[in-house]
Design a protein around this ligand. Structure first.
Ligand SMILES: [Zn+2]
Ligand SMILES: [Zn+2]
Length: 379
């Protein structure tokens, strides 16, 4: 058997385990930086399958690093955080189990092929940006390349992934009896509503690739008390980090104007790291696309998709420090899409399991191509 056949046979032999883990993660969703059981199970599985494991790792309680072999290092990222309220609605259970499958397929080949395979457990993608902490702690310092797959409703090898900044906005006013003494109140809910309207108005005059989304997380205590405090959470996105830097002052002005109009004091609180846009490495993109096609999963190119059909990921930051790919793998359930409860349910369907298998094998085969053709330096 050649290397690719051996890798595929290993994933096939582990498929039952991987599906069980995928199901378990679906039933036990843990949100950003609280992925304690998930990270424990995933890292234990790698330890039992020939990896040297460090857990926790790089100063993060729910991060792990598992390695086998030596030589140029390929890092496969495993995400496992869920979303509040909707569970594994982004399918990070498939990301994690596909990473395990690819890693376990490559570990027995790493020494023969002269490279080091690392599966890196990367917490808190949906919030905070754990990969940025990992970059800062040196987790990618010796990496020659990095990859992961992400479930989606389209197969696209080099998706359009844009930059995002996360911030919370607080308004501080003054409480008062809403009926008897409203003239003494300063209404922090009015400030929030005005801010929301300002942003909504501004949205007409930005690029289709600029995105601004906000929710209110604290809106007051009771209707008969003038709200003295509100808090809201906002994501501001743009095609590039440069465009994001242009956009942010305008959004901030919308928040400030609301503070002035209402007489409230405003506080802007940055939440977690800013995510970079993703730059997919062309050589790795071509290799992955060819391998996925060989498995019967032809991949679209991001350039052929609607330019506003975008998301963001902290893998973007990784792509700025090491050659990276982040293919999207369809679980075939459109119009059910990411961040819907029904999408979470589809991650454990037959199509979800197929995405897990195809993602694992395609990543393993891409790694084998890189190693057999000694492309590490060229990257
Ligand atoms: Zn998501
Ligand atoms: Zn996701």
């Amino acid at each position: 058997m050649d290397y690719k056949q051996r890798a595929r046979a290993t994933v096939e032999s582990l498929e039952r385990d991987l599906i069980e883990l995928n199901d378990w993660m679906y039933h036990h969703p843990e949100v950003a930086f609280e992925e304690r059981e998930s990270s424990a199970r995933l890292s234990a599985y790698l330890a039992a399958n020939g990896f040297t494991v460090e857990y926790p790792a790089y100063g993060l309680e729910t991060a792990f690093v598992a390695s086998a072999g030596s030589g140029p290092e390929l890092v496969i990222c495993a995400e496992y955080d869920a979303l509040p309220g909707v569970g594994q609605a982004c399918g990070h259970n498939i990301i994690a189990t596909a990473a395990l499958g690819a890693g376990c397929a490559l570990a027995p080949l790493a020494d023969e092929l002269g490279f080091k395979i690392t599966v890196l457990g990367t917490p808190a993608e949906e919030k905070f940006g754990g990969k940025v902490d990992l970059i800062n702690a040196g987790a990618f310092a010796s990496a020659a390349a990095a990859m992961m797959i992400h479930p989606s409703v389209v197969d696209v090898v080099d998706p359009n992934v844009i930059a995002v900044s996360h911030l919370d906005v607080e308004y501080h006013g003054r409480e008062a009896h809403a009926s008897a003494y409203p003239q003494l109140g300063i209404n922090a809910l009015d400030a929030f509503v005005q801010a929301y309207v300002n942003v909504s108005t501004y949205r007409q005059h930005i690029y289709p690739t600029d995105k601004i989304h906000g929710i209110i997380t604290h809106g007051g205590e009771a209707p008969n008390i003038v709200p003295d405090y509100t808090r809201s959470s906002w994501y501001v996105r743009a095609q590039t980090r440069e465009r994001l830097d242009e956009l942010l002052p305008h959004v901030t002005a919308c928040f400030e104007a609301a503070a002035v109009a209402s007489g409230c004091r405003m506080e802007l609180i940055p939440m977690g790291h800013t995510y970079d846009d993703l730059v997919s490495h062309p050589t790795m993109v071509d290799l992955y696309a060819a391998n996925a096609a060989a498995l019967g999963r032809p991949m679209q190119r991001g350039a052929n998709l609607p330019p506003s059909q975008t998301g963001s990921t902290d893998m973007g930051n990784v792509s700025k420090v090491v050659p990276t790919i982040h293919p999207m793998v369809s679980i075939n359930c459109y119009p059910i899409v990411n961040h819907q409860r029904a999408f979470a349910a589809h991650t454990i369907s037959f199509d979800g399991q197929k995405a897990l298998f195809d993602g694992a094998v395609s990543m393993a085969w891409t790694a084998i191509d890189l190693a057999q053709n000694q492309l590490w330096d060229e990257l």
